[in-house]
Unconditional design. Structure first.
Length: 382
């Protein structure tokens, strides 16, 4: 192990002596020169290994000897310097999880179809221009991540992946989502954030098992109608789009617990969201809100309410009806006075008021948190 850093030598020794089936050789950031530049050959004597983690190193190739580890079910090669996937990897046919994200891959070889037991595949943060058809032959895949590539479209062959429950294709160059995506009826989590989407009206129609949907950082001007017919949807992120209003049909999402509408162009709190009584988190920050309607008190289960970076000038007294609030963010508004009744929110343990022209109490007091605010008003009463 002459070229192997001491930290890696020790981990291999412990794994061998205790016959552990998991070996972590991912680099922990203390010295850039301590990263692995090659896979220590001694690893390949550990034929019983089931999980091998080699992420955050500087590997440029993987030796053929890795095929000795025929019992491997999980292999993590992320954040290295691989420009191609070595063919020897595809002989590890017991693999169920493969992470090759954050490398320099430009293509995925057809041989990946030999890994027909794969259930999780991460090819994110490479230089892939497409999701190759060969991947869609891995019919046991339940999770596929391909964020941070150069994708401009989703191939129709993706519909072969009938067992897919999680699909992440954020941070690509998609301008539309094809209707055939609706055939992936097992999907529960879908991340399409940070693309160039403008209109995706019908692609969610049959995704009845979807619980999490992220459409943030796109160019949407309206909420697609098909979204509002997703009965199990619990988390919806529409932040950083171009929304000026919210469709009334969003009220159909009765199981929604988290809704993010931040960084849009809303001028008022949409009345349509008042029916979402299961909401526990609501983010309306960075919009153009000037007031908070009394109807928001219908959201009695809210624990987190973010109203930061708007144009609010006062906090209405009826806010104290939101008795379950634990976090209230009001930073970046036009508040000059914080009312005493805010202290009646007895479950509140975090409040953010920075970047307001506060005079009562002074901002330097308010910024210290809710306990200091309560103490301030107690002294005023005396």
């Amino acid at each position: 192990m002459t070229n192997t850093p001491e930290w890696a030598i020790e981990r291999i020794r412990v794994t061998k002596n205790n016959r552990l089936d998991r070996l972590n050789l991912f680099w922990v950031p203390w010295d850039e020169n301590e990263k692995l530049t090659e896979v220590p050959l001694e690893i390949f004597e550990l034929e019983w290994l089931r999980e091998l983690y080699l992420s955050h190193n500087q590997l440029t190739t993987i030796p053929e000897s890795i095929t000795n580890l025929s019992n491997l079910t999980s292999l993590d090669l992320s954040d290295n310097q691989l420009i191609e996937i070595p063919e020897c990897i595809f002989r590890l046919t017991n693999l169920t999880k493969l992470d090759i994200s954050d490398n320099q891959l430009t293509k995925i070889p057809e041989s990946i179809t030999h890994l027909n037991n794969l259930t999780e595949l991460n090819i994110s943060d490479n230089q892939l221009a497409e999701i190759p058809k060969c991947i869609t032959h891995l019919i046991n895949l339940s999770k596929l991540w391909s964020w941070g590539n150069l994708l401009t479209e989703i191939p129709e062959s993706i519909t072969y992946l009938i067992n897919l429950v999680e699909l992440g294709i954020s941070s690509n160059q998609l301008s539309n989502i094809p209707e055939y995506l609706t055939h992936l009826t097992s999907l529960s989590q879908l991340d399409l954030s940070d693309n160039k989407l403008t209109d995706i009206s019908e692609c969610f129609t049959n995704l009845v098992n979807l619980t999490q949907l992220d459409l943030s950082e796109n160019q949407l001007t309206a909420i697609p109608k098909s979204i509002t017919n997703l009965p199990k949807l619990a988390e919806l992120n529409l932040s950083e789009n171009r929304l000026t209003e919210i469709s009334e049909s969003i009220a159909n999402l009765i199981n929604l617990t988290e809704l993010n509408l931040s960084h849009n162009y809303l001028k008022q709190v949409p009345e349509s969201i008042i029916s979402l009584t299961n909401l526990t988190q609501l983010n309306l920050s960075d919009n153009n809100l000037k007031e908070l309607p009394e109807s928001i008190t219908c959201l009695s289960n809210l624990r987190l309410l973010n109203l930061g970076d708007n144009h609010l000038t006062k906090i209405p007294e009826y806010i104290i009806r939101l008795t379950n609030l634990t976090l209230l963010s009001l930073w970046g508004n036009k508040l000059r006075e914080l009312p005493e009744y805010i202290t009646r929110l007895t479950n509140l343990n975090e409040i953010y008021l920075n970047d307001n022209p506060l005079e009562i109490p002074l901002l330097e007091v308010a910024e210290k948190g809710i306990d200091c605010i309560r103490e301030y008003f107690q002294k005023v009463e005396k």
